[in-house]
Design a binder for this molecule. Structure first.
Ligand code: 5HU
Length: 152
């Protein structure tokens, strides 16, 4: 399973510790293409622009999106890049899980929450969670995916 993880970089790195827990758990389900999003040496300046220009970062990430089986996004810290990735992934008809922590005091964008039709079969899911339950929430989502695959 190829998993594309989205998390804020230039939007702010405040949630880095939770990104690390998410990526660690995702690695038990498959290959995380964007593991670097959880690296503590990537600041809010982004990946080393001298090594990789913005165009290279964009083109590489869109290519990874194309090959991904599932997208998991932590959307509590608002990020233009994450919003863009999600819009592109919707257009590609990918399975998407967005994770949001209401305890942050923020209200999630209607363009993200409203993309979840609420139906069982929706490809786009928004899940509210608290930090202590993040591994369980991921476990439940991925168990559901394999059950669906088994019955297809
Ligand atoms: O250096 C980068 N590398 C990179 O892979 N990204 C991608 C992955 C993240 O899910 C998303 C973060 O966007 P932003 O930087 O606008 O918060 O964009 C974004 C940047 C910097 O914008």
């Amino acid at each position: 399973m190829r998993i594309y993880f989205c998390g804020s970089i230039r939007g702010g790195r405040q949630d880095l510790a939770i990104y690390q827990r998410i990526v660690q758990k995702l690695q038990t389900f498959g290959k995380v293409l964007t593991e670097h999003v959880s690296h503590s040496d990537i600041s809010e300046k982004g990946e080393d622009a001298a090594l990789k220009g913005d165009k290279e970062i964009h083109d590489r990430d869109v290519e990874w999106l194309v090959t991904a089986d599932v997208i998991v996004a932590e959307v509590t810290q608002p990020s233009l890049g994450v919003g863009y990735e999600l819009g592109r992934a919707v257009a590609m008809h990918k399975k998407i899980l967005c994770l949001f922590r209401p305890s942050s005091g923020r209200v999630l964008s209607a363009m993200i929450r409203g993309a979840d039709s609420g139906s069982q079969s929706s490809l786009f899911k928004v899940q509210d969670y608290t930090e202590d339950e993040v591994e369980r929430v991921l476990q439940d989502y991925f168990s559901g995916l394999s059950t669906n695959t088994d019955t297809q």
